[in-house]
Design a protein around this ligand. Sequence first.
Ligand code: PNS
Length: 167
Amino acid sequence: MHTVKAIYPGTFDPLTNGHLDLIARGAKIVDELVVAILRNSEKGTPLFTVPERLEMISEAVSGFKNVSVTTFDGLLVDFARKQGAKAVLRGIRAISDYEYEFQMAMMNRKLDPELETLFMMPAEKYTYVSSRLIKGVFQLGGDVSALVPPLVVERLKAKVPARGSGE
Ligand code: PNS
């Protein structure tokens, strides 16, 4: 049987409803979707540890039969090959994402011509949502409950107790 396995890689610090929306869309078109958290991110100090992110995402995707969650290090193409994945799934929200995504997709193609990158667009209502904005807004006391899963709101409250509680 011909099955398609795809990797959905990212930092996910933290998971947003935009990520979840993309996971739901991806899970409908591929047979197996592996959400892969990058362990050695160059994005500076993350708010959540990798085990915390793994736990949150695992809980959030528990309803999907064909979605699993893991972590990876090093080159995405090497990880994808080891996993036997034919494709990488990435979300594009706006034109501003395009250049970064184009460069990554082309670099990955150079490194492994057999690996395809699939781009999907999240629901319109999440086009402005990013993990960076979620963290920033929450840390300043803003309400992000419509933009991340409830379990992420709880984890944010536990991490940043003085904020996000209306105080
Ligand atoms: O959610 P992010 O931070 O935009 O995801 C970026 C990610 C994890 C997809 C990207 O940094 C990545 O694949 N890193 C692994 C290292 C790698 O393969 N680099 C070469 C591709 S340009």
